[in-house]
Design a protein around this ligand. Structure first.
Ligand code: MLT
Length: 263
């Protein structure tokens, strides 16, 4: 379904009934990355998954997509769907950066947090320089170089060996990201705020999920993020990389279900 949000429309999937689990995808992905969660968890919850602007079937808009703009989009989606009670927000990687912005800007909307394969910190100088390089390359050659690079690091080394169908499916999912979407998301991530100080203010149940073979986020980063939040739990999924929800969907779903049942 398409939902009008400010100056654009966002593609949203809304399935199931009951209390809401809001799923926010990573870069350069879209809500299809949550297919195993939408199918399974919507049996017990209302699952709302959003294509962030410029991703999936949400058209690109001008300018950079700051994490604040993307968070406000998610808040507007909840309002448009007339969600009245606070929701559990599950953000993966860039979706985690958006979740921090959502907590900062609209804390009343959130009752619990699931942070997977993400970090609270802002980009280091090196990471900023790498974003600039990726932006320049994308301006010159289009989306393919960034998509090719991401396709090589999103999964665990073991997953590339054992799940060729998943690798193919992932290539199809990321191919939907427009060149403009890539440029704007890279610019937004490069300039995102440091949310490390926010961790101490998170006073709601929080689950951190880490893929043991993540090539982008280290275990140390997930551990220190979890230890910064008072009421948090850390779960490590073996034989999974940056997309544990796709690489080990049953384990991911069972960890999420247990967490949701506990709150
Ligand atoms: C993501 O998966 O969303 C990205 O790896 C995040 C990033 O580039 O910082």
């Amino acid at each position: 379904m398409k939902i009008e949000v400010g100056n654009t429309q966002l593609n949203v999937e809304d399935r199931g009934s009951g209390s809401v689990l809001l799923l926010i995808h990573g870069f350069p992905l879209n809500l299809e990355m949550w297919r195993p969660q939408i199918e399974d968890l919507s049996n017990h919850k209302r699952v709302i998954a959003v294509d962030l602007r410029g991703h999936g079937h949400s058209p690109p808009t001008p300018g950079s997509y700051s994490m604040d703009v993307l968070a406000d989009d998610c808040a507007a989606v909840l309002a448009a769907l007339r969600v009245e009670d606070p929701v559990t927000v599950c953000g993966l990687s860039m979706g985690g950066y958006v979740s921090f912005a959502l907590f900062r800007r609209h804390p009343q909307l959130i009752s619990a947090l699931i942070l997977s394969a993400t970090r609270p910190g802002s980009d280091s100088d090196l990471a900023k320089a790498n974003r600039e390089k990726a932006i320049a390359e994308t301006k010159q050659h289009g989306s393919q170089p960034v998509l090719d690079k991401m396709l090589k690091i999103l999964l665990a080394p073991d997953t590339y060996e054992s799940k060729p169908e998943l690798v193919k499916n992932l290539a199809e999912i990321i191919a939907l990201t427009s060149t403009k979407g890539i440029l704007s998301a890279l610019a937004g991530m490069k300039d995102r705020l440091d949310s490390t100080m926010l961790l101490g203010q998170i006073n709601i149940p929080t689950l951190v999920i880490h893929g043991a073979q993540d090539q982008i986020i280290t275990l140390n980063e997930s551990e220190s993020m979890a230890s910064g939040v008072k009421n948090s739990r850390l779960e490590i999924i073996p034989v999974a990389g940056h997309l544990p929800n796709l690489e080990q969907p049953e384990m991911f779903n069972s960890i999420v279900s247990d967490f949701l049942a506990s709150i």
